[in-house]
Design a protein around this ligand. Structure first.
Ligand code: ADP
Ligand code: MG
Length: 576
């Protein structure tokens, strides 16, 4: 084998692969540059998925004439003087690689004009400036990239078709719209206007240009400012949800990032509010001082590292939880006085009236059965139960009731689990716990690893209403159990807790698991025959919960078959 030093052009084409993988990455680099140049308006136009043409027009500062031969050179940047500047970088770009890489694998033309100076058109052959012409043009810059990858056929083969590449560009541009509400973006794909934002600075408007206005009603604002940073954004409230994470958009100092820890913090904050495998819609801009952030950790600059990673995720988690809690409380206080509420109130004690034919109150429809993918609201007020008229029990598992829209099936176990979970959670805030003293204290053996932590164990389960103390070397003595737990299930519950808590390290996670397991284990089971009174009580209790439509594990408590569906099934309506 002979070692050869690659010719500069070849090396550049190879290196370009890291920065420009596909048309969407070119668009990212060019839009980053436009934003770094202070643009308030950015137009992106592509044809044939960006392989024929990518044009990005901005109204930023423009390039100085002297910079035109330099801007395509390797490591040519105006944003960094030395490595020390990187510690406090505010711009999106900093490596001085993008124009070099792009010009190495395409035909680049720049038109630019600075305030008070004549406009110039610059033509490049690879990274080399070959022709400069004076020209009249508005202030700002127009970058034109033609025939992308014409000289790197291997790269071309890795691309999807024009429409798939075009969609990626569109996806990338949606992120810019969401991360920069103060910039007016326009995206044209093969002549079609794919995206358009006003640049008014209002995040709601930006979100509406991506998702439509109707979604906005279902988002709540989030705002927090507290060490180690601050954040603003909008969040969906359950049960609005998506099947994947692609509608969770996280920005750090206006830079779109993929951050596992922040994604996890957001998801975790939704905890039992969403079903397993469902994800919220969220736009979150986290601000941290630039010197507490390392942006130079990823080739495409889409990952960052925080000096205080835990602090930032915990701020995000806490703030999301607070925003969701606030939204749930608002919803409660705004709830109109409905027949359901009136009749279900424990004072009036006339739940029966409602269950036997309550009046329908608009805006109180259930929504657990709404196709969760659907982003368009259907007029259902989320997360509330409609007044239900009890009909009976099915398979000793489901309560059948009539609701305003048709037939409702309530999963008795899931519903009761939700009721118990919220009672246990409420006791967390009020500090009032009811326990039932056991006639005979219960001795629960602990396994080896758990025996080591017998004292911690006793303390942890005390927080939900157990009265427990270490007993000998490897057991707990249980004197009382939470009021919610049937006494005869206490022993099996403790066994389940021991298993379920293994591997959970944070105190908060453990506490949440204790609540959820206790609720699940104590709830009425499937297969249990219920009488009318018990069923009415359960429905009334469910009506009082914060999230009546999902159990502690996020499974639905309720399904609805609408009258419309019934009519279709029975052939009373033609169209399917
Ligand atoms: N749209 C633009 N408006 C003004 N200047 C630009 C624009 N695009 C590029 N430049 C100039 O070209 C330089 C090189 O750009 P680039 O290769 O992307 O590197 P970087 O963004 O890391 O500095 C930038 O530092 C900037 O000075
Ligand atoms: Mg750049």
């Amino acid at each position: 084998m002979t070692i050869m030093v690659l010719e500069a052009g070849t090396a550049a084409k190879l290196a370009a692969g890291e920065v420009v993988e596909r048309p969407a990455s070119v668009v990212r680099e060019l839009v980053d540059n436009a934003l770094d140049a202070g643009a308030r308006s950015v137009t992106v136009l592509i044809t044939s998925g960006g392989l024929d043409l990518i044009r990005v027009v901005d109204d930023g500062t423009g390039l100085a004439r002297d910079d035109l031969p330099l801007c395509t050179a390797r490591h040519a940047t105006s944003k960094l003087r030395g490595i020390e500047d990187l510690a406090a970088i505010r711009s999106l770009g900093f490596r001085g690689e993008a124009l070099h890489a792009i010009s190495s694998v395409s035909r680049l033309r720049i038109r630019t004009c600075r305030a008070g100076e004549p406009g110039i058109e610059a033509q490049y052959d690879g990274p080399t400036l070959t022709r400069e012409t004076a020209l009249g043009c508005p202030e700002g810059t127009q970058m034109e990239v033609r025939d992308l990858f014409y000289n790197t056929p291997a790269r071309l083969r890795f691309l999807k078709g024009p429409s798939a590449e075009g969609s990626r560009v569109e996806q990338v541009m949606r992120r810019y719209v969401l991360g920069h509400p103060g910039v007016a973006f326009k995206v044209l794909i093969d002549g079609r206007e794919a995206l358009h934002s006003s640049g008014s600075g209002d995040l709601r408007e930006a979100v509406s240009s991506v998702y439509g206005w109707r979604l906005i009603e279902r988002l709540v604002p989030i705002e927090a400012s507290e060490a180690p940073g601050s954040l603003t954004g909008l969040l969906s409230t359950p049960p609005l949800s998506r099947a994947n994470r692609s509608d969770i958009h996280v920005f750090v100092n206006h830079r779109w990032v993929q951050s596992r820890s922040l994604l996890f913090a957001i998801q975790d904050a939704y905890n039992s509010l969403l079903m397993i495998g469902r994800f919220p819609v969220a736009v979150l801009d986290v601000q941290v001082p630039p010197d507490r952030l390392d942006v130079n950790v990823h080739p495409a600059k889409s990952e960052v590292r925080f000096a205080d990673e835990r602090g930032v995720s915990s701020l995000v988690g806490r703030s999301v939880r607070a925003a969701l809690r606030g939204a749930a409380e608002d919803e409660r206080s705004e709830k109109p006085i409905s027949v359901a509420q009136f009749a279900f109130s424990p004072v009036s004690g006339t739940a029966e009236q409602v269950l036997q034919g309550g009046t329908w109150v608009p805006g109180e429809l259930p929504s657990a059965f709404e196709a969760p993918e659907q982003l368009e609201p259907t007029g259902h007020a989320e997360g509330r139960l409609p007044p239900l008229r009890l009909l009976g029990q099915l398979a000793s598992t489901y309560i059948i009731a009539e609701g305003p829209q048709g037939m409702c099936l309530v999963d008795q176990h899931a519903a009761h689990e939700r009721v118990l979970l919220e009672r246990l959670q409420a006791a967390d805030t009020t500090g009032v716990r009811e326990s039932q003293v056991l006639l005979e204290p219960l001795v629960v053996p602990l396994s080896g690893a758990q025996a080591e932590h017998a004292a911690r164990w006793a303390a942890e389960i005390t927080t939900v209403g157990f009265v427990a103390e270490p007993f000998g070397a490897a057991a707990l003595l249980i004197r009382a159990v939470p009021a919610e737990v049937p006494a005869d299930r206490a022993a099996s519950l403790l066994a389940e807790l021991q298993e379920g808590l293994e591997g959970l390290d944070s105190a908060e996670q453990r506490h949440r698991a204790i609540l959820a397991t206790t609720a699940c284990h104590s709830a009425i089971r499937a297969g249990q025959v219920l009488d009318q009174l018990e069923m009415r009580r359960l429905i009334r209790d469910l009506e009082q919960t914060r999230v009546p439509t999902a159990c502690a594990h996020g499974r639905p408590t309720l399904l609805e078959i609408s009258r419309l569906d019934l009519e279709r099934e029975f052939g009373r309506r033609g169209s399917r």
